[in-house]
Design a protein around this ligand. Structure first.
Ligand code: TRP
Length: 378
């Protein structure tokens, strides 16, 4: 690989297309991606729609994945991912990723795979092991699911990504990728693969948004999400049903803002200037919280403010989505162009990998024939 490649700053991130994206994704990663995209600090930005990875635990529901690819693509485009700056590609359309996975499989032990904390958690969630993850029943695991960290290492290294913006839950994946890259480079005496760095969300409160029910995480399976594509009526209903403070019964009662989802969401989403516009009796969130703590501020009033705040965020996203929804052929072409671009980049990595492994038999006819003739002669 050329020297200039070593200085290039390349981002790869990805999502499994198993459902529409929600506010938790927005706070945890999507917002950041748009900032990184517009920062101009990166030479290349790729978003991978990881359908193959999603199939490792949805192999019997391929249509679910197929339908959600377009949902996720629409979500990206409507929040401000700009296809002229960020390439969006579909994993299954990039054959080099599969080939790399197969070679990397040789560099990883099954023991190392069963120690991967993310895989362990997911095994627990799917009932494959006990909750402590001690008696791992890997025997009953589909091999594709068990080895998906290797495929993720292929994703990241194939793009020669230097930077992977992702949540803490992806840390073990990046660590395993780094190990695989290192092992490859030492085994084959080369520096073909680039060890990536994870880029975690900047502040603690942005890492995880709880669900509207107050449960630790917003997640589709818990049914506690506000989706980026929700219409204003559902957003209103969801905010009105939010978990607040069960001890705050009468308006005059003192209330808690900690663990109160209305305030958690205001912390994450409201701006100071929105008080002047929608709730001028307070200068800022601190004053509003103070009043709530003392007593005398009712939940409905707080929720109505939050609805305004949510609408200000979501209505432009909704409008963008509506435009793209009328233009599916363009979305198709964006995904095709991104995938073709990714094929090219990743094929270059695969060629370099094959060369380093000395399995590039058909790349240079004359030298291969010479090598084999010498071998036979000696
Ligand atoms: N594992 C990621 C998730 O579950 C998706 C993903 C696949 C990914 N390949 C990736 C993330 C490469 C970052 C880089 O959300």
């Amino acid at each position: 690989m050329e020297a200039k490649d070593s200085k290039r700053k390349v981002i790869l991130t990805g999502d499994r297309p198993t459902g529409k994206l929600h506010l938790g994704h927005y706070v945890g990663s999507l917002q950041r991606r748009v900032e990184l995209q517009n920062s101009g600090k990166f030479d290349e930005i790729n978003i991978l729609v990881a359908d193959d990875q999603a199939l490792t635990d949805n192999w019997d529901h391929p249509d679910k994945i197929r339908d959600n690819i377009i949902e996720v693509a629409l979500d990206y485009l409507s929040i401000g991912i700009d296809p002229d700056k960020t390439s969006i590609c579909i994993q299954s359309g990039i054959p080099a990723l599969h080939a790399l996975t197969f070679y990397y499989m040789n560099l990883v032990t099954t023991q190392r795979l069963s120690r991967n904390p993310t895989v362990k958690n997911e095994m627990t969630l799917r009932g494959y092991s006990d909750s402590e993850g001690i008696n791992d029943n890997t025997a009953g695991l589909p091999a594709g699911f068990f080895t998906y960290p290797v495929s993720q290492a292929a994703d990241i290294s194939a793009f020669r990504a230097t930077t992977v913006p992702a949540g803490e839950d992806q840390e073990p994946m990046i660590e395993q990728t780094r190990e695989i890259c290192r092992k490859f480079n030492t085994t084959y005496h080369c520096d073909v693969l680039v060890e990536p760095e994870i880029l975690l969300p900047e502040n603690e409160s942005q890492r995880r948004l709880p669900g509207i029910d107050g449960k630790a995480k917003m997640s589709k399976s818990l049914g506690n999400c506000i989706y980026l594509s929700d219409d204003s009526k559902s957003v209103k209903q969801k905010v009105m049903s939010m978990y607040t403070d069960p001890e705050h019964i009468n308006i005059s009662d003192p209330g808690h803002v900690e663990g109160n989802m209305v305030f958690t969401y205001l912390d994450a989403f409201c701006r100071e200037d929105q008080f002047a516009t929608y709730l001028p009796e307070y200068q800022n969130l601190d004053e509003m919280k103070e009043h709530y703590r003392k007593g005398g501020l009712g939940d409905v009033k707080c929720k109505k403010f939050l609805i305004r705040v949510m609408e200000e965020l979501l209505s432009p996203i909704r409008a963008e989505r509506a435009k793209w929804e009328k233009n599916i052929p363009d979305v198709y072409d964006i995904l095709l162009t991104g995938t073709e671009h990714a094929r090219q980049t990743t094929n270059e990595t695969l060629n370099a990998v094959r060369h380093a492994m000395r399995i590039d038999y058909f790349d240079d006819r004359a030298s291969m024939i010479r090598d084999w003739e010498n071998w036979i002669a000696h």
